[in-house]
Design a protein around this ligand. Structure first.
Ligand code: CA
Length: 234
């Protein structure tokens, strides 16, 4: 069941779209505020985002830009203004498609199906012709590499964002060795990025929140002043 995030401040419209999507068996989360919507988009894994352009706190273009820096979740912009400039800037900022308000719900559903189908095709391509999942195991974690799903020792399943996944895999590839913050930045955000090293700490926190079992020591050890490591044995 695909999970959809709606970021829309017109509550009646948001509610209407929510009900229609639920009727189609989608799982739906609604945010009426730009900043909260961005937080959800970054911290959870959605299959697609329906994003309004004009929003309180943070506008849709900025949300699209920031989501796109971190992940590939398809974004459909919903804009009231049917000008070429808006469409172009929406697409420039990382939106995959746009729909002009007022729209027919059937059109929105069709566009949503189209972006979801595309993602599905991309996923299958990544899995290779056999469609088989490659699985990596570390301690009691089982990681499905094609869809970035982690099965934890306590039976829970979590899905990782691309960056969280890359972070975890980098640490596992270098297990029993310390990986410095700079190495992680370089590997995950690229040598050209102007991102500050504390972003690594933030992502390590996201990752720990997802993969660690509450009450047990973290899989990821902090090596003070240097970086992070995972170890076969504690
Ligand atoms: Ca609005």
């Amino acid at each position: 069941m695909a999970k959809i995030l709606i970021i829309e401040d017109e509550k009646n419209l948001a509610r209407f779209v929510e009900l229609e999507l639920k009727h189609e068996n989608y799982q739906v989360v609604v945010e009426n505020n730009g900043r909260k919507g961005l937080e959800d988009a970054l911290n959870e894994n959605f299959d697609a985002i329906l994003l309004d352009l004009m929003l309180p706190d943070l506008n849709g273009l900025e949300i699209a830009r920031r989501v796109r820096q971190a992940k590939t979740t398809p974004i459909i912009m919903m804009t009231a203004r049917d000008s070429v400039i808006d469409r172009v800037s929406g697409l420039d900022h990382g939106a995959d498609d746009y729909i002009v308000k007022p729209f027919a719900i059937e059109e929105l559903l069709a566009r949503l199906r189209a972006v979801l189908r595309r993602v599905d095709i991309e996923k299958k391509a990544q899995q290779g012709p056999s469609g088989q999942q490659k699985v990596v195991r570390f301690k009691d974690l089982t990681i499905e590499t094609a869809n970035r799903i982690v099965h934890r020792g306590d039976g829970k399943t979590v899905d990782l964002t691309k960056r969280e996944y890359n972070l975890l895999m980098t640490l596992i590839e270098n297990k029993n060795n310390v990986v410095s913050r700079d190495q992680l930045l370089n590997k995950i955000w690229g040598p050209e990025s102007n991102i500050e090293t504390n972003v690594v700490e933030v992502y390590v926190r996201y990752l720990r929140n997802k993969i660690d079992i509450p009450g047990r020591p973290s899989y990821i050890k902090t090596v003070r002043g240097t970086g992070y490591m995972v170890r076969d044995e504690d």
